[in-house]
Design a protein around this ligand. Structure first.
Ligand SMILES: Nc1ncnc2c1ncn2[C@@H]1O[C@H](COP(=O)(O)OP(=O)(O)OP(=O)(O)O)[C@@H](O)[C@H]1O
Length: 274
């Protein structure tokens, strides 16, 4: 499905568009996490609808990464459970992909761009004869067609991050978890990648949880924004983003609703820091 075929809609567009095949529902049920006596996450419950994008914001140390790691099956809740399509998450799964900010560490330096994407295909048992075409398509989608034979060290930060995203997409994840993936990139690259990720999740129907410190990014990408509060990490507020889709870097950011949300969230974050 091409993104341009998606009709613009307002409230909760993810529930109104035609459903692509791979959508997944996430349930976070009374989840706590403690390291020894220190409680990091204190009782979070949240349902994330199939195909929905939820942005997570909150002050440093409030547990955003920890929550994402639990969703990915990389950390276990101390109490409560995470449920993916009705099944408790008990460890990492190929249907859940995670993109970290630190793209340098996520890529294999001894493999080319094509080789790094191939890794995900190999892991999901994709036959060797089918891989070249899929790799070509994915690299084209993220604008790296001409760089297939380059090694990560020969690529810019933005290119490496796009490659990490392509590798995650090769996994054909039902759930895409992103932990400040664009934090280290310049503004133009960041906006281009925001649009690429939105287009790709719209096309595949993947459910996305996106952690960011950037309020505008949270609004631009999200169907909802979850604001976490610290000590221990818990949900302070959930904000619906009723902005038309597909989003547009100029029109969306000029929309009065966007500006209202930005002001609201700014006030909220400011209050949390006082
Ligand atoms: N393995 C660990 N052992 C002990 N404490 C930990 C561990 N991992 C994280 N923490 C603590 O848990 C808290 C939440 O960390 P987390 O990285 O989830 O926060 P965050 O909201 O993602 O922060 P930031 O915005 O700075 O990335 C922090 O106080 C951190 O020091």
């Amino acid at each position: 499905m091409s993104v341009s075929r998606l009709s613009p809609s307002v409230s909760r567009p993810h529930e109104e568009q035609a459903s692509p095949a791979v959508q997944s529902r996430i349930g976070i049920r009374d989840v706590t996490l403690s390291y020894g006596a220190l409680q990091i996450i204190g009782g979070i419950s949240l349902d994330i609808a199939p195909g929905e994008t939820v942005s997570i914001i909150g002050p440093s140390g409030c547990g955003k990464t920890t929550l994402l790691r639990m969703l990915a099956g990389l950390a276990r809740p101390t109490t409560g459970e995470i449920v993916l399509d009705g099944q408790p998450v008990s460890g990492p799964s190929r249907s859940v992909a995670i993109v970290f900010q630190d793209y340098g560490k996520a890529l294999l330096p001894w493999r080319t761009a094509a080789g790094n994407v191939s890794l995900a295909l190999e892991a999901r048992g994709c036959p060797a004869r089918e891989r070249p075409e899929i790799i070509r398509d994915l690299l084209a989608k993220i604008g790296l067609s001409r760089h297939a034979d380059k090694y990560p060290s020969e690529m810019s930060g933005g290119m490496q991050q796009r490659l990490q995203i392509a590798r995650c997409l090769a996994q054909e994840p039902k759930v895409l978890l992103m932990d400040e993936p664009f934090g280290a990139l310049d503004a133009m690259t960041r906006q281009a990648l925001q649009d690429e990720v939105l287009a790709l999740t719209a096309a595949t129907g993947a459910t996305m949880v996106f952690v960011t410190h950037d309020l505008e990014e949270a609004i631009y990408l999200g169907d909802r924004i979850v604001c976490l509060q610290p000590n221990p990490g818990r949900i302070g507020r959930i904000v619906d983003v009723r902005l038309p889709k597909p989003r547009d870097q100029l029109l969306t950011r000029e929309d009065p609703e966007f500006l209202r949300l930005r002001r609201d969230l700014y006030d909220l974050i400011k209050d949390d820091h006082q």
